[in-house]
Design a protein around this ligand. Structure first.
Ligand code: GLV
Ligand code: MN
Ligand code: MN
Length: 476
């Protein structure tokens, strides 16, 4: 038997063991398969001494919870707002320091690190068959103003720890395993969510638009990227694009950001789909004027138009009749912003989402109609109604769902299948790779605020499920 043949039969057997669970493991052992010795040599499992490969391997997975918590705490200090809040905006000084911290941890975990032109950071553990598409995991570390320290961070620091868990257990991956820290999942600075993962997914319009995109201070995207050490010598960001099939699987660990797991006392959420988000910006213009002298019938108040549109968004969302339709006016700015001046300009940013894309699009259409009607009625100009993004939902891949479920079962953790109402980089990774997500509970479902919290036990569970799922997927 050639060694190549040995490897193949071993791999198939091991994949079977992992995907189909411990029954196969026991029967394989009982049959005294001669490839078992090779299996041990290849993967690091002490299986010939064990009655159950899976239970031995699973019990060998140990998370260094205190170290991980220290890292989470330390990363949270790279913030532009005081603790317990975290504010870490793309390409800011604190973001650059936090990136350095992540690259250092990747290096300490023995990963080979690379960065692309917008600062997506990749740390790869080379597998035994490096020519195969790797399995990837990861999330983001940017944080919206005055938010918490777990959103995204768990999926980056937790992923590096999952690699360490597998290394300590003696596991050797067949497919390479890659941790990705995505650039700017949050839209704070340039108004574009999941900027890094959208580019990885090859969205050309975004790559083109970014050449002329500026932030609120009129700093261009490219200048900001360069100040952080990226996009040097290139305006063309198409180098960031990845081909479809670059990864055999992508799986993201994240806090739930909703209350379901905690309320139901369930340890793990296995995500089956990610809701479809859209963002819209709206501008109204009126004449402004003196808050005392201009009489009410003569006014065309851009601020009141914005207020009326904000209420219309709520109305249209509620008209859907589904609890899954949501809408938020998270930004409402008035110009000139003086108590004794009638607003002459108003600017709204509207976020609306649904697991049903058609229903979400209906909210957008109705909101547009309302904006036009309100502008006419109040004699203001609707100077902009711009759909920034109108993304379709993404479905998780069956094999990745199964890997996360099997991992939860083998770890004796309760789990439930659920949808993600928040968006994630996974939404875009799904365009180039089979995708899945693992959720852990968070306190009262709080997120995007300083009270965001996940217990050490829940984080440890999530990291173990991720490690085991990565192991399974790497052998696939
Ligand atoms: C991600 O941060 C989201 O807003 O869903
Ligand atoms: Mn977030
Ligand atoms: Mn997030």
């Amino acid at each position: 038997m050639s060694s190549r043949f040995c490897h193949c039969s071993f791999l198939h057997l091991l994949i079977g063991l992992f995907i189909f669970g411990s029954t196969s493991a026991i029967s394989a052992h009982e049959n005294e398969d001669p490839t078992i010795k090779t299996m041990e040599a290849f993967s690091g499992y002490p299986i010939h001494e064990s009655n159950s490969l899976i239970s031995d391997f699973v019990s060998s997975l140990s998370v260094e919870t205190q170290t991980l918590q220290n890292q989470i705490d330390e990363l949270s200090t790279f913030s532009d707002s005081p603790a317990p809040s975290v504010t870490r905006i793309l390409y800011s000084e604190k973001d650059v320091l936090a990136r350095r911290y992540i690259k250092n941890l990747m290096g300490l975990a023995g990963l080979s690190v690379r960065e692309d032109a917008v600062g997506n950071i990749f740390g790869r553990w080379i597998g035994d068959e490096p020519e195969l598409p790797p399995v990837a995991t990861g999330s983001h570390i940017d944080a919206i103003p005055y938010s918490g320290k777990y959103d995204g961070v768990i999926g980056v620091l937790g992923a590096i720890e999952a690699i360490n868990v597998l290394k300590r257990s003696g596991f050797k991956p067949k497919r390479s395993l890659e941790v990705i820290m995505f650039t700017s999942e949050e839209p704070t600075r340039f108004g574009i969510s999941c900027l890094g993962s959208r580019l990885l997914a090859g969205i050309e319009t975004l790559a083109n638009n970014l050449k002329s995109t500026v932030d609120g201070q009129n700093i261009s995207f490219l200048d900001a990227a360069r100040s952080a050490g990226y996009a040097n010598d290139q305006d063309d960001l198409s180098s960031v694009f990845l081909k479809k099939g670059s990864y055999s699987a992508f799986i993201e660990l994240h806090i739930e950001q909703g209350p379901i797991l905690e309320e139901e006392g369930i340890s793990i959420g296995v995500v089956t789909a990610i809701a479809a988000p859209a963002s819209i910006t709206v501008d109204f213009e009126g004449n402004g004027g003196h808050a005392g002298a201009a009489l009410m019938p003569t006014r065309n108040d851009a601020g009141l138009a914005a207020a009326e549109l904000a209420l219309a968004v709520e109305k249209h969302v509620l008209e859907s009749g589904s609890i899954d339709t949501v809408g938020t006016v998270g930004i409402l700015e008035l110009h000139p912003g003086a108590i004794n001046s009638i607003p002459s300009r108003s600017h709204l940013e509207i976020d609306t989402r649904d697991i049903d894309e058609k229903r979400r699009n209906t909210v957008i259409e109705k909101t547009h109609q309302s904006a036009t009607t309100i502008a006419n009625k109040r004699r203001v100009k609707l100077s902009e109604f711009k759909i920034i993004n109108q993304d379709p939902p993404a479905l998780s891949d069956k094999l990745i769902i199964e890997a996360a479920e099997a991992a939860s079962k083998e770890l004796n953790l309760t789990y439930k299948k659920m949808i993600s109402r928040a968006y994630h980089d996974s939404l875009f990774m799904a365009r180039i790779s089979p995708m899945g997500m693992i959720f852990i509970p968070c306190y009262k479902g709080y997120s995007h605020k300083p009270e965001e919290f996940s217990s050490r036990e829940d984080i440890t569970n999530g990291v173990k499920v991720l490690a085991l799922a990565l192991a399974k997927l790497s052998l696939n």
